[in-house]
Design a protein around this ligand. Structure first.
Ligand code: SAH
Length: 361
């Protein structure tokens, strides 16, 4: 057992089993041993590659998307540009570069806030954005009540890192899945003996059957509803991109741990692997509507980027740098092909009710 597993076992012995969400939060964010506090997860030698790390085209297209949404709502002279979980800061750098090319006024009007819980990644972002032509500030959590004016928010692969609770269908009831210490002294899953009261999975799914597993991401849903309410009131837009499911899917366990691009058992060596869960886009969309925003999507990433013009953008880049043409083509494929990130990843946009339909939806 590694140091974090021992710490968790001590916690469980002292106060009882952890919910899967508590386990996930500590595995990712424990101040001493958490995955995001300790590791640099990204890139070819990291544990996974995200879209902005695949290609600059991704962040550039999102930058142009933001500029269009801002223009559609009257080109406010002051705005907040917020990114949730910016990783290495690559995407924000690409967003700002592309936006500055078409609308320097947008960049001049923007005050950038990066929401990052990991001190280590925050340092990487600081370095990456040191020469950016904007004021950038950081916060470990999003404090919406402190932000006035229109908010333009991006979140790529952020919601999948937010802790989920899991519930198992036993007969007619849902019981929470928990993490406990087994007889061998190691962490293991168990099922809470008492049923969870009044738990109601998002409508649209087939009826639950004995043995089904339902995931609920309370912090993600609350954040989405608050974002929606603030944007509905103050103007702006939020674009959430992540991997996940939509609509009439069945139930299932999507919790996974990845280490150097390979799945590993979730409870083994906590803090050493990235732990995520698929995003329930139907539930997010419902929360956003509840918050009062107009909701667009979820639309598969491939279709979304294609509608934003990734094809012509790729061709133009390939013309100006012919040596890179093959690499660019591969990047486009990675982002858009159905058997790669094109179908599993989805984009969801939240806007004020009166705003025009955003690009790409
Ligand atoms: N958006 C980046 C990184 C995705 S990884 C990219 O696409 O490359 C998830 C990011 O969210 C990391 O920066 C991680 O440190 C941050 N993060 C995860 N959970 C968080 C939380 N609860 N609060 C703030 N930041 C969080």
């Amino acid at each position: 057992m590694n140091a974090l597993a021992q710490r968790l076992a001590g916690l469980i012995r002292a106060q009882g089993p952890l919910s899967v969400a508590q386990f996930m939060a500590l595995a990712l964010m424990d101040p001493d041993y958490g995955y995001y506090t300790q590791q640099d997860p990204f890139g070819a030698d990291g544990d996974f590659i995200t879209a902005p790390e695949v290609s600059q085209m991704f962040g550039e297209l999102l930058g142009l998307w933001l500029v269009q949404a801002w223009r559609n709502q009257g080109s406010a002279s002051a705005l907040r540009l917020i990114e949730l979980g910016p990783g290495r800061g690559t995407m924000m750098a690409d967003v700002l570069r592309a936006a500055a090319r078409v609308a320097p006024e947008f960049v001049a009007a923007a005050e950038v806030t990066l929401i990052e819980a990991s001190p280590r990644l925050r340092a990487a972002q600081q370095q990456r954005l040191a020469t950016a032509p904007v004021t950038v500030s950081w916060s470990p959590t999003l404090k919406l009540e402190a932000l006035s004016g229109p908010l333009f928010v991006l979140a790529n692969e952020f919601f999948d890192a937010l802790p989920v609770r899991q519930f198992l269908r036993v007969g007619e009831k849902w019981h929470e899945r928990v993490v406990t210490v087994g007889r061998q002294g190691v962490l293991e899953f168990a099922i809470a003996p008492m049923a969870a009261q009044a738990l109601a999975p998002t409508p649209g799914r087939p009826p639950a059957q004995d043995g089904d597993l339902f995931e609920l991401c309370p912090s993600g849903l609350a954040l989405c509803e608050n974002l929606a309410a603030t944007i509905a009131r103050q103007g702006g837009a939020a674009l959430i991109i992540d991997y996940g499911y939509d609509g009439k899917v069945g139930f299932g366990d999507t919790l996974q741990a990845l280490r150097t691009h390979h799945p590993v058992p979730v409870l083994a060596d906590p803090g050493e692997a990235d732990v995520t869960a698929h995003v329930d886009f139907a539930a997010l969309a419902l929360s956003a509507r509840h918050g009062g925003a107009a909701v667009y999507g979820p639309r598969p990433q491939g279709a979304f980027l294609t509608a934003l013009g990734i094809g012509p953008r790729c061709a133009a880049l390939a013309r100006s740098t012919p040596d890179a043409a093959t690499v660019l083509r591969r990047q486009l494929d990675r982002l858009c092909a159905e058997d790669q990130m094109g179908q599993l990843f989805k984009a969801l946009a939240l806007l004020p009710q009166h705003a025009p339909r955003p690009d790409g939806f």
